[in-house]
Design a binder for this molecule. Sequence first.
Ligand SMILES: NC(=O)c1ccc[n+]([C@@H]2O[C@H](COP(=O)([O-])OP(=O)(O)OC[C@H]3O[C@@H](n4cnc5c(N)ncnc54)[C@H](OP(=O)(O)O)[C@@H]3O)[C@@H](O)[C@H]2O)c1
Length: 270
Amino acid sequence: MMKDKKIGFIGGGNMAEAILSGMIKKKIVPPESITVADKMKDKLEILRRKYNVLITTENSALINNDIIILAVKPQNFKDIAPDIKDIPEKNLVISILAGVRIEKIQKTLGNHVKVIRVMPNTPALAGEGMSAISAADNCSRDDIKSAEYIFKQMGLSEIFEEKDIDLVTAVSGSGPAYVFYFIESMIEAAVKLGMNRDHASVLVTQTFKGAVALLELTAGNPSELRKKVTSKGGTTERAISVMDENNLKQIIYDAVKAAMLRSEKLSDNV
Ligand SMILES: NC(=O)c1ccc[n+]([C@@H]2O[C@H](COP(=O)([O-])OP(=O)(O)OC[C@H]3O[C@@H](n4cnc5c(N)ncnc54)[C@H](OP(=O)(O)O)[C@@H]3O)[C@@H](O)[C@H]2O)c1
């Protein structure tokens, strides 16, 4: 599907590496079809040595690539825009810049430019990312399929309307940090109650992994699975009742909503 496509990355940081390593590992394109542009020669050399990709310090050298992936920090979009303002109509721009709307990218690079916005998350670095994809009106079905195909190599990808991306950001974008927070809190609780930290870390991490594996295995409903392990008068029931008394569900709702509102505000100000 993508074998003969040339793919360029602007910005050779963490996310660019996660995406390109997934593509190379799964043999989506040969390494010599990928070019990475970055300001830092040293960083580029590391990527070249590790993956055999082509490298350049000139962002403008990428404008004739079939797919150009914008992977700099959102605040650097204004710096790279002048370098890539002549992108031909047939080429596709995929932006992973958090909070930068499709309209803003098209206004800056030209309304003719086909833009797909993707919101990945950090588990992509472990091949278990969740990427939300939304496309400008001028993108074809094949453009969208190409984006889905690329991001499926590092986890799951789903199509969303762009208006939902702030909520996506609050759920799967920031979500890994909420899970780490919960893991961190359970480890701290176990340590405070007398367990050594190494044991607590293994117990908690494996419990999270196992719970997710069970959820996937049974294609289950988390609420039903929870009820199954909550026997009347038992230990789990006691713990959940403390969570309910302290309104944990409401706290989580408030937190996700606050993240969504923050994402909307940041997007308005980019
Ligand atoms: N990490 C995540 O979980 C996540 C999730 C969703 C979306 N995103 C988005 O992914 C994007 C990349 O994030 P990241 O974590 O990979 O960032 P990163 O590691 O900082 O990578 C960005 C790279 O772009 C380079 N760069 C900066 N200005 C440049 C320019 N003018 N021309 C060429 N290269 C330039 C940076 O170099 P310097 O370091 O020298 O500045 C850096 O190597 C961000 O827009 C972020 O919003 C990230």
